[in-house]
Write a protein that binds this ligand. Structure first.
Ligand code: SF4
Length: 326
């Protein structure tokens, strides 16, 4: 049984009434699944729906349609003790954990609160567990006395991890956890996440706009555009040969390490995406990507390309996916 199964999930935000009524389709018919201990990358520009997807899994947004199942159980129907158990098993970390930390509360108190909410009531027991969690993420146990402003960006992200780990989760939804950090600190956090995954069997749904970061941690990737999945597949194959022009454009922006190391190699051609992501209240007809697509043809403005299998383990929502893969 998969750890997480999402089937045709849609999340909509409605504003205004009558003629002013607008429906923002933030997530549209998304399906994916994850196994225990797996890392799945979800990538796309801002406005692609990836953060809304993460929050919907946590029951922070109510779906307009579709289903989310965690270890086979329908998340929508969870209440009481079962909902509390689900909340222990699925945690989230954010781009800047500072936003979710009270500046007037010591780190030990902030992590201790999580332990108390989830049933660890003894004060001494909690203090010992906080020190243990800090050490687990590479910080000295006595940092518990310190306040959020005393930490660097990388240390704050470690604290965010410690807080998430406090409940013994099976799945961590990591929303752009390293995008605000320097490259060297990014690598340290990714290595920490990898070590915790190997030691504790944690699965990550890793949300990022930067494909390079996803490459180092995730075995599979889902690419989202305007709330829809436009491509999915194993990370290696997708990086090697994308089956959707949007993925192709995102990949062209990833620094080319091989060409940097070998001046004899031709540098990659950068595909610059035209304009911004359109509003999800006004999705273009036909292929939603066609106004920005460097491969668009007449049919693209008329016919919606369904997401379909285009090679083993790979899906694409492009009329010309096979030509891209050839
Ligand atoms: Fe581009 Fe057309 Fe493919 Fe859409 S269907 S991604 S517009 S080539």
């Amino acid at each position: 049984m998969p750890l997480l199964e999402i089937e045709n999930l849609s999340v909509q935000f409605v504003s205004g009434q009558g003629r002013r009524r607008r429906v923002l389709r933030a997530v549209e018919q998304v399906s994916l699944s994850m196994e225990e201990g797996e890392s799945l990358g979800v990538v796309g520009e801002s406005g692609s729906g990836k953060t809304t997807l993460g929050r919907a899994i946590l029951k922070l947004w109510k779906p307009a349609g579709g289903a989310i199942r965690f270890r086979g159980e329908d998340v929508a129907g969870l209440a009481g003790a079962r909902l509390a158990a689900f909340r222990r098993q699925v945690q989230m970390i954010f781009q800047d954990p500072f936003d979710s930390l009270n500046p007037r509360m010591s780190i030990g108190t902030a992590i201790g609160e999580v332990l108390a909410i989830h049933g660890l009531r003894g004060k001494a027991e909690r203090a010992a567990r906080v020190a243990e969690l800090l050490q687990l993420v590479g910080l000295p146990g006595d940092y518990a006395e310190r306040y959020p402003h005393e930490f660097s960006g990388g240390q704050r992200q470690r604290i965010g991890m410690a807080r998430a780990l406090a409940t013994g989760p099976k799945l961590i939804i990591a929303d752009e956890p390293v995008s605000a950090l320097d490259v060297s600190v990014q690598a340290q956090i990714i290595n920490l996440m990898r070590r915790l995954q190997a030691d504790r069997g944690i699965a990550y749904l890793f949300i990022a706009h930067d494909l390079a970061v996803v490459r180092t941690l995730c075995a599979r990737v889902v690419v989202m555009y305007l709330g829809r999945v436009v491509e999915s597949g194993p990370t290696g194959a997708l990086f090697e040969n994308p089956a959707h022009p949007y993925t192709e454009a995102l990949l062209s922006a990833v620094p080319d390490v091989d060409a940097d190391l070998d001046p004899g190699l031709a540098p990659k051609r950068r595909i610059v995406l035209k304009g911004d992501v359109p509003s999800a209240t006004d999705v273009p007809r036909g292929c939603p990507f066609h106004p920005r697509c460097h491969r668009a043809q007449a049919v693209c403005a008329e016919k919606i390309p369904p997401l379909r299998n285009v090679a083993e383990g790979r899906c694409s929502a492009c009329h010309f996916a096979e030509e891209l893969l050839a």
